[in-house]
Design a binder for this molecule. Structure first.
Ligand code: VGL
Ligand code: ZN
Length: 196
């Protein structure tokens, strides 16, 4: 069984959104096309309380995009984004959702960020995605969506760790920082990941 994991295709990551990924909207038609090739399609959704500690607004002594120590983890400070229940947090309405069987929300806990669709950054809690995929007999996952250098990358790395055959679909993802993604792509391939 092969599953497509659509990561964080949410308004805030699209051009004009709070944490926009340049050309992020261009992945949507590719993702809509791809879905029919999979036995199972699932999605993730970044879903933060409005006082989430990954937000620069909670740390007035620092600048946006600074990296600080947050409870022992390096945390990049983001603009407020994907706040629970806002339009920015909604999945893009141009994303075809009829084949998405389940959506796994992440980043709900104020104290810790969650880039991966499987666990928070401290691996304290699971989202349920792994259990769901296992219960459906999935052995291979292909990851797409936004942003390539953060949530797509960390989801794909955890999938490898969890022993799925794992690919990132290059034409269906875009990075916040392309240089950053180049480095991370190398790490992913070295760990056994495939680029499609
Ligand atoms: C993401 C930064 C903060 C992502 C989420 O979806 O890649 N990046 N929250
Ligand atoms: Zn976030």
């Amino acid at each position: 069984m092969k599953s497509l994991i659509i990561v964080d295709v949410q308004n805030d990551f699209l051009p004009g959104g709070a944490l926009e990924v340049s050309k992020g909207d261009e992945v949507i038609s590719a993702i809509n096309q791809l879905q029919r090739e999979y036995d199972l399609v699932v999605a993730t959704q970044d879903w933060h309380p409005n006082d989430h500690l990954s937000f620069g607004s909670q740390h007035p002594e620092h600048n946006l995009f600074d990296v600080i120590d947050l409870n022992g983890f390096a945390q990049k400070l983001w603009p407020n984004h994907c706040m629970q229940g806002t339009l920015g947090a909604a999945l893009a309405d141009t994303l075809d959702q009829h084949r998405i069987e389940a959506v796994f929300r992440k980043g709900l806990e104020k104290e810790i960020d969650s880039y991966s669709g499987f666990f928070d950054n401290g691996k304290r809690k699971v989202t349920g995605l792994h259990g769901y995929l296992q219960s459906r007999g999935v052995t291979e996952v292909h990851v797409c969506g936004l942003a390539a250098d953060f949530c797509v990358f960390f989801t794909a790395m955890d999938a490898l760790e969890l022993r799925y055959r794992t690919a990132i679909i290059s034409r269906a993802t875009k990075a916040i920082d392309r240089g950053e993604f180049m480095n991370k792509k190398e790490q992913f391939v070295q760990k056994g990941g495939m680029l499609l």
